[in-house]
Every structure is written in C-alpha cells, then in structure tokens.
Write a protein that binds this ligand. Structure first.
Ligand code: NA7
Length: 540
C-alpha cells in the first residue's frame, strides 16, 4: 500500500551542483523517475555559495565543463582561460535550463536524513521542510567542498563588525571600501580573495597559520585561436579521459630519474611564465614522489617569493617550509605575493603570535590587538566526508554512516558503502574525488551509476551493495597508493587534519587507472558487489 504524504520515485539525487545536475539528466534519460533536492535556492553547488571576491576555478575553463555533451559545448563559450565564480555559476544555470532540469529539483530544501527500510528496500529521505520522499536509490551528490569550516576561536560570537566566510558569501554585493578588514586563512580561497580585498579595503590584516605554495594563474581572455585549438584537440582529450587519469601519480613516478637541478629550474621558470598549476604537478613524473625532485620545486617557489616580496621578514613568513610542494592543493593566484608590497596590507604570522581571542571590534594575538570593521574566514571546508556525515544516513540494521565511518571513511571505489545498499556517493572518499578535474570525475561516477542501474533493471535486481572484504581491500589500496607518495607528509584537508577530531585518513584516490579498475570490476560481473533479488515490486 502506498503511504500517503510521501513521494515515490526511483532515484533521489541530493545536491544540484555539477554532479547532481548530470545525475538528474542521465538517469531521466535512461527512463528512471528522478527527484532532486537542493539546499540552495538555485543550482551550482559550491559555485553558488563561494562568491567571495576573486573566486575562480584553477582548472582551465575549456576543460572545467561537461565533456559528455557536444550541444552544451557548442552553445557555451567561455570568456577566460580560468573562469570566475559568476561565469561558472551561469554555466551551471545554463546547463540546468538547457537540459530542462529545474522542474525535477526542489530548491531551498536540505536533506536531514535518509534511512534504508529493509522490508521495502526503499530509502526514506527526510528534508528540513518536513517532507519525505521514498526511492529505490539515493545518490549523494553533496560535494566534496561544501561544508564550510569555521574554527571555534574564543570570542568569535562577540564580534560586532561584519563577518563572512568565503564558502557562504552573501548574495548581495559586499563593499570593503574604507574598511579595516581581517582575513583568517591562506588556502586557495584566501589567496584568491586577499589581492581583491586589499585593493578595496583601507587596511587588510592577513592572519596566516601555514604559508602555502602558490603559482601565478596568468589568467587572460580566451582568443578564437584558443577555442580553435581546443576543438582541434577535443577528440584526443575525450579519449584521454578514458585512458589516463589527469592529475594523478603515474606508475613511472617510482622509476623515473632525478633530473639535474638546472634542468628542473629552467622548466619551472617556463611554467611560472605560462601560469597554472597543471604543468607544475606533472612537470616531472616523480615530482610528488621523490623528495629531492620535490624540493627543487619548493625552492623555486620560495625563490620567487623572495624576489617578489620586498620586506624580507614578510617574504620569509610567506615561504612554505617543512612540507612538500604540491601535496596540499597547489594554489593558483593573481598578484598574491605582490599584494604584500602594498602599504595597506599586513601579514600576521600566527606561528609567532597565535590568535588568543576575538573581541567586539578586534582580533587579539599573543602580542597585538588589531581593530577591524570586518572579518573574513577563509578557513576551508570539512572536505569530502563533511556533507555526507551532515545527513543522518542509516543503512541496514539502522547503522548510521557516522558509526560506520567512526575511524575514517570506508567505501568501495568511492561510490558505494557496505551496509548502505542502493546508495551512491558522487566524488566520495576513496575515489579521485577532488583530485584533477571534479566535473569529469563527477561525470564518470554518474555514467558508472547509470550503467549499473541499467544492468540491475535488465536483470530485475533489487539492491546493490559492496562486500565488506572488497571494501576493506579497496581502502587498503587507496592508502597504500597515497603512502608511496609525498601526499601524507603535509597536514592537508585531503587527510582531514584541518577538522578537529576527524580521523587522519587520506581520502582521495590518487592512483592511476581508476576508470580502468572500475570498468574491469563491471566486466568481471561487478566483482566485489552483491546484488539482491528484486523484491517483486514495480521495476525501476
Ligand atoms: P583550505 O585550503 O583548507 O585553507 C584554509 C586556511 O585556513 C588554511 O590556511 C588554514 O591554515 C587556515 N585555518 C583553518 N583554521 C584556522 C584557524 N583556526 N586559525 C588560523 N587559520 C586557520 O581552504 P580553502 O577554502 O582555501 O580551499 C579549499 C579548497 O577549495 C582548495 O584546496 C581548492 O580545491 C578549492 P592551516 O593550513 O590549516 O594551518
């Protein structure tokens, strides 16, 4: 019997960012009834919220686009080498309209809980508006960088000035004109926002705990020639998505020679002039693996900082030491280091003088007092697992995802979780997730899920879930791959160390051949998965 007051569908997709939008489209296309739920009033996901000044993608715009649709490609023309937040958001809106997806999505609706009912083999999804949906499948397209992290600094609630977080920036324009502004955090977001705020504000105080490696974007308008050359290379690019895994550690990393220092230096000089992070991260196959190779890149960036920043003490404080180059997300900036030559910008090195408290009108360090009109938190995210654990997800036996992941996330392929049948995680932990190009990573997951659901329909299968052994082996593999690289040697959000109490587990999969592995598993009859027979209800 159909319970009243509950909506039934085949698939609930949580989140209307690039992953969720494509999931809605693709699964509707294969004939499933789909419903989207989105906390924001509009599509775009992280690009909806991150409206801080300077917000820009560090993957070139021509590639940071849906690769699956020739139509969208033809009808959309990127204006800049690196797209700003506003343009990316417009692209997401364009895709949603062009694919007619809005009618499938309930906006301003946050998913509070999702419970797998073992009797009916249905997910019951509950929203913060008190509505409930029932679906065979749940797709968590909730994003890897979508839950802002605001550190619990004593007195923060007392601050009477304006207060912002880069990842939940207001919709209405913010003016820093004539104001004394403080910013906490120098990750990608801070490094993009700082030069912009510095230009507007009377005074900008940057509170830095850890300096970051950053390379120039050299953003510029795209030319007809850029578009032509992208089109010419398109076929090869699309094929490369299938073959290789852009941005990850290749097997040759472990056998490659150590190139002479001057050869490396010369190459970095060229990459520095070209701009962008992609070239640096694959400058030499072993750059993220071999400490000696890595150290030259680190030295190179430190040298650039010394050449750029006039005050030697500030230059020294801005220079990353003690952790490898490129194993925290490499920042890409416009005028970042040069901004510290402005008379209205001051760097406060929290290693020397930690923040002690925030008062009604100031930030106080151990030795100084900074009066401020506005305070910006550029303090990052509870990455990769944050948005999944923010939902009260309950699988078989009422076990919560929180309990299942109390010692760190466990998944099979970053797509599925043992004990949580018919739930899929787009860019989940244990998948390439946010390494490389998130849009194409999302697409691959959606395509994989669509193929899986088609398979299940053909065979009249009711449920899919990974075996615990397969999941454990996958987790071990993900960790082993990371442990062979320099990635675990930095306290990055990849490891969850930015969030107090979060288990230290390297979350993204950085091995090569992820897609090949996923395909082989499918070809091998979904090795490592168990399917449940159809409960005999209507077919999906
Ligand atoms: P990140 O990269 O996590 O950077 C957050 C920054 O905030 C980083 O410099 C942190 O210093 C700093 N932070 C965090 N907590 C504190 C406290 N309590 N006190 C002082 N400073 C603090 O986040 P972003 O938003 O910049 O970028 C995230 C990703 O989004 C980025 O990598 C791209 O992929 C897009 P720490 O390094 O922890 O010492």
């Amino acid at each position: 019997a159909i319970e009243t007051g509950i909506d039934d569908c085949d698939v609930v997709v949580v989140g209307a960012g690039f992953g969720g939008l494509y999931a809605l489209h693709k699964l509707r296309e294969i004939g499933l009834s789909v419903r989207g739920l989105e906390a924001a009033p509009d599509v775009g996901g992280t690009w909806y919220w991150n409206r801080y000044p300077g917000a820009r993608c560090d993957v070139p715009s021509l590639f940071y686009s849906y690769s699956w649709s020739p139509e969208l490609r033809r009808e959309w023309r990127w204006t800049n080498r690196y797209a700003g937040q506003d343009e990316i958001l417009r692209y997401a809106q364009f895709a949603a309209d062009r694919l007619d997806l809005r009618k499938l999505i309930q906006f301003d609706t946050r998913v509070a809980g999702a419970t797998f009912d073992e009797t009916s083999e249905r997910w019951i999804v509950e929203t913060d508006r008190g509505s409930r949906l029932r679906a065979r499948f749940v797709i968590m397209a909730t994003g890897a960088l979508s839950v802002p992290n605001t550190p619990d600094i004593p007195g923060v609630a007392d601050f009477k000035g304006e207060i912002f977080h880069t990842a939940s920036w207001p919709q209405e324009p913010v003016s820093f004109e004539g104001k004394r502004v403080g910013i906490i955090g120098t990750g990608s977001s801070g490094i993009q926002a700082i030069p912009m705020i510095a230009r507007a504000a009377r005074q900008l105080v940057v509170f830095q705990r850890t300096p970051n490696f950053s390379v120039p974007a050299r953003n510029r308008p795209l030319t007809d020639e850029d578009h032509r050359s992208f089109d010419d290379g398109l076929e090869a690019y699309l094929a490369s998505l299938e073959q290789s895994d852009f941005g990850r550690v290749p097997p040759t990393a472990f056998t490659a020679d150590v190139p002479p220092r001057d050869v490396q230096w010369k190459h970095y000089e060229k990459l520095w002039q070209d701009g962008g992070s992609g070239g640096f991260l694959k400058a030499f196959p072993n750059i993220l693996v071999h400490p000696d190779v890595n150290e030259v890149a680190a030295d190179f960036v430190r040298q650039k900082i010394r050449e750029t920043v006039k005050d030697p003490k500030t230059a020294a404080a801005l220079s990353p030491e003690g952790y490898p180059f490129g194993v925290k997300r490499l920042c890409v900036d416009t005028d970042y280091f040069d901004t510290y030559n402005r008379p209205n910008v001051e760097l406060v090195n929290l290693r020397d003088e930690p923040i002690e408290k925030i008062t009604a009108d100031s930030v106080e360090t151990a030795s100084r007092h900074f009066e401020l009109d506005a305070l910006v938190f550029a303090t990052g995210f509870d990455a990769v697992t944050g948005a999944l654990l923010a939902v009260d997800i309950r699988g078989r036996g009422g076990v919560t995802l929180k309990d299942a992941w109390s010692e760190g996330p466990r998944t099979y392929l970053g797509l599925t979780v043992a004990g949580f049948p018919n739930m899929f995680t787009i860019t989940g932990p244990g998948s390439p997730s946010v390494i490389g190009n998130v849009i194409t990573n999302c697409e691959y997951h959606v395509d994989w899920i669509a193929e899986c659901l088609t398979h299940m329909r053909r065979r009249n299968l009711g449920t899919i879930e990974p075996d615990r052994d397969a999941q454990t082996a996958w987790g071990t593999h993900v960790a082993e791959v990371a442990d062979r690289t320099l990635f675990p040697k930095a306290n990055s959000w990849y490891l969850g160390v930015n969030i107090p109490g979060k288990p230290r587990v390297f979350m993204p999969y950085i091995g090569e051949g992820y897609r090949t592995t996923c395909k082989e598993i499918v070809a091998d009859g979904y090795r490592g998965f168990t399917f449940g027979a159809s409960p005999g209800r209507e077919r999906a």
